[in-house]
Ligand binder design. Structure first.
Ligand code: PLP
Length: 363
């Protein structure tokens, strides 16, 4: 009898490392040996106040979940046009902005191509590049985590297809000034500006869309609107690019529950922005408290998280100490961020608990 063999996969897929997302609350609780209601979960930059209270009501009343959503996203693009102040034909909604990142890469990057990313930054860009068989060229930010424009330009070759910029950047918290965005756009490559944390800072590249057809701006409802679990993000771009992306996306990529939640959220924008203001105020309060902790350096942030630098070589031990207290923050065990821990901004009592734990652990 001949040995049966599994057909071989594409080599770059076989070699892929899974993206490390955040674990569910119950899993964290079990790991710490603490009941789930005592866990402090500040590792995903999620919204501690949840969605607009109007969302649950709207979902409960919605009569048409037995129908497929509109593959052309007519209603969605109309309401998003008001949110972004951009014409509907330049807009596309995705199953989270993660899906839009994946679609863009599949449109531009094949095996042997590359993508340029100022690092450290959000991990999804290099992950999705890997799925396409592309290479990520990571260009180190300077010692203030600012983008090194000259280094970015110097690595551009004919194989380079996309530059990813993130403003405010995750996890460093700083924005990309307009002059830097323009310098990157002037390379002629597609520049994807990820504004996942826009509402926390108010700074946007949207006005540059009128000038640069090679610019794509991404936003998400996961952070400011508290809809991370329903998966909805949005992109604004050149209308021809948007039309091509509309044609290649899965027809029903945004589910109707997400669409209802998004529409309801935009009707309750003032309520949601009031909470964004609360989170920003809490961030500033946490920053002041973190500055008082000996042996800890919090980096300035324009988003809903703060990157904290701990003494050299002690990142892992401090991160594990936090976990054993039921406090789950974000840590990167290797590379340049091994002495850094990122905390999302949560509720005031969570701020106090995190600061207190840092005070004990960094002593
Ligand atoms: C959280 C985050 C996203 C993911 O957004 P989704 O819409 O939930 O997929 C995208 N970009 C950055 C920089 C993020 O931090």
């Amino acid at each position: 009898m001949t040995q049966k063999k599994m057909p071989s996969m594409l080599p770059h897929i076989e070699a892929l490392e899974a993206y490390e997302g955040v674990d569910p609350m119950e899993v964290m609780a079990e790991r710490a040996g603490i009941s789930p209601d005592k866990i402090i979960r500040l590792n995903g930059n999620e919204n501690p106040y949840g969605p607009s209270p109007k969302v649950a009501a709207a979902l409960g009343e919605y009569p048409n979940f037995n129908y497929y959503p509109d593959p052309d996203q007519r209603g969605l693009r109309r309401v998003l046009s008001g949110y972004l102040n951009v014409e509907p034909e330049k807009i596309i909604a995705g199953n989270g902005s993660d899906e839009l990142i994946d679609l863009l890469l599949r449109m531009y990057v094949g095996v042997g191509d590359n993508v340029i990313v100022p690092t450290p930054t959000f991990g999804m860009y290099s992950f999705s590049t890997g799925i396409c068989g592309g290479e990520t060229i990571a260009v180190e930010r300077d010692d203030k985590f600012e983008i090194d424009l000259e280094a970015m330009k110097s690595v551009v070759t004919a194989k380079s297809k996309i530059i990813f910029l993130t403003s405010p950047n995750n996890p460093t918290g700083n924005i990309v000034p307009e002059a830097q965005t323009r310098a990157m756009l002037d390379t002629g490559l597609l520049v994807v500006m990820d504004e996942a944390y826009f509402e926390f800072c108010g700074d946007t590249a949207i006005p540059l869309l009128a000038e640069y057809p090679n610019l794509v701006v991404l936003r998400t409802f996961s952070k400011w609107a508290g809809l991370a679990g329903l998966r909805i993000g949005v992109g604004a771009m050149d209308p021809h690019l948007a039309a091509t992306m509309m044609a290649m996306k899965p027809p029903y990529n945004v589910n109707l529950a997400a669409e209802v939640a998004l529409t309801t959220s935009l009707e309750d924008t003032p309520g949601l922005l009031a909470r964004v203001t609360q989170i920003v105020d809490e961030r500033d309060r946490m920053m002041e408290k973190l500055k008082q902790v000996p042996n800890l350096t919090p980096w300035p942030s324009r988003a809903n998280f703060i990157l904290c630098e701990v003494p050299d070589g002690r990142g892992k031990e401090i991160f594990e100490g936090l976990c054993s207290r039921g406090i789950f923050l974000r840590y990167w065990p290797s590379g340049r961020l091994k002495n850094f821990i990122r905390t999302s901004i949560g509720l005031p009592h969570e701020t106090d608990a995190v600061v207190e734990a840092f005070r004990e652990l960094c002593a």
